[in-house]
Design a protein around this ligand. Structure first.
Ligand code: PHE
Ligand code: FE
Length: 293
């Protein structure tokens, strides 16, 4: 069995070969819709002054707060008119090649399940709130929408090389945990941040994490944390500059070179780089999420 076949064999019988399933919106309980509403209210109140404006605009354009878990078909019809993207439901994280192929074809795979009430603040696996609230608003931004497609196409090409870690780091430090400069100061745009109340505050205001200027190769060589707040955030100048830095670069030579080069630790700073804020790392040093209260 290939890896994809093995994973597929453990999954719902109605799952297609591209890992999509029907969203089955009718099956959500009132409690599950209520969980969305609680998370939605909390983030919408918090985000002004933290989130970059086109994220907030995207939330309004797609009307993600109409009450309860959104219907993917409905948001897709609206999003498709704006940037050509659609949302497809998946039951779990999908294999890399499948994920890249969806993005390359302007389909965003979103988990169709929602977290439990006792997991409002932290979940391990991305659920419908993270995937829809976190990722979909910026897919209404034409430049970011193009970046996501380019990333998917780049990902498909990268499968011929041994560099998934490098490409994943780029996604992680931009799409999931990116910060951006604006005339009003730094703002958040990464989906992992905007969908988390605690990381919204931490990433932008806390003295603990580093905040460094984005540099493509630097980012692609940096380790990252999947179990706690990031120890370093990278700050882009604009979505245009992020897009240009990636489309204008032929990643082939990078893929040959990067796996051989030393990686940067999650909290490392090198003297030659643009430091916006040198973190104290107090949070991580105290044990982070696992510190005794
Ligand atoms: N330019 C990259 C390549 O040559 C593709 C890419 C675009 C990767 C955007 C990531 C983001 O493969
Ligand atoms: Fe995500």
């Amino acid at each position: 069995m290939t890896k994809a076949e093995e994973v597929a064999s453990q999954h719902p019988p109605d799952m297609a070969p591209d890992f999509t399933v029907p969203q089955k919106w009718e099956n959500y309980t009132d409690e599950e819709h209520g969980t969305w509403d609680i998370l939605y209210e909390r983030q919408v109140k918090l985000l002004p002054g933290y989130a970059e404006q086109s994220f907030i605009d995207g939330l309004k354009l797609l009307d993600l707060g109409r009450g309860g878990i959104p219907k993917f078909d409905q948001i897709s019809d609206e999003l498709e008119k704006l940037t050509g993207w659609r949302i497809v439901a998946v039951p779990c994280l999908v294999p890399d090649d499948i994920f890249f192929d969806h993005l390359a074809n302007r389909r965003f795979p979103a988990g169709n399940f929602i977290r439990q009430r006792d997991q409002l603040d932290y979940i391990q696996e991305p659920d419908v709130f993270h995937d829809i609230f976190g990722h979909v608003p910026l897919l209404a931004n034409p430049v970011f929408a193009d970046y996501m497609e380019a990333y998917g196409k780049g990902g498909l090409r990268s499968l011929n090389y041994d560099c998934l870690k490098n490409l994943a780091a780029l996604y992680w430090y931009t799409v999931e945990f990116g910060l951006i400069k604006t005339p009003d100061g730094l703002r958040i745009y990464g989906a992992g941040i905007v969908s988390s109340a605690s990381e919204t505050r931490f990433s932008l205001k806390d003295a603990s994490p580093n905040r460094l200027d984005y540099d493509l190769e630097r980012v692609m060589r940096t380790d990252y944390r999947i179990d706690d707040f990031q120890q370093t955030y990278f700050v882009i100048d604009s979505y245009e500059s992020l897009f240009q830095s990636t489309v204008d670069t032929d990643f082939g030579p990078l893929y040959e070179r990067l796996p051989e080069l030393p990686r940067y630790a999650v909290d490392q700073i090198v003297s030659s780089e643009e430091i916006i804020h040198q973190g104290t790392q107090a949070y991580a040093n105290a044990g982070g999420r696992f510190a005794a209260e």
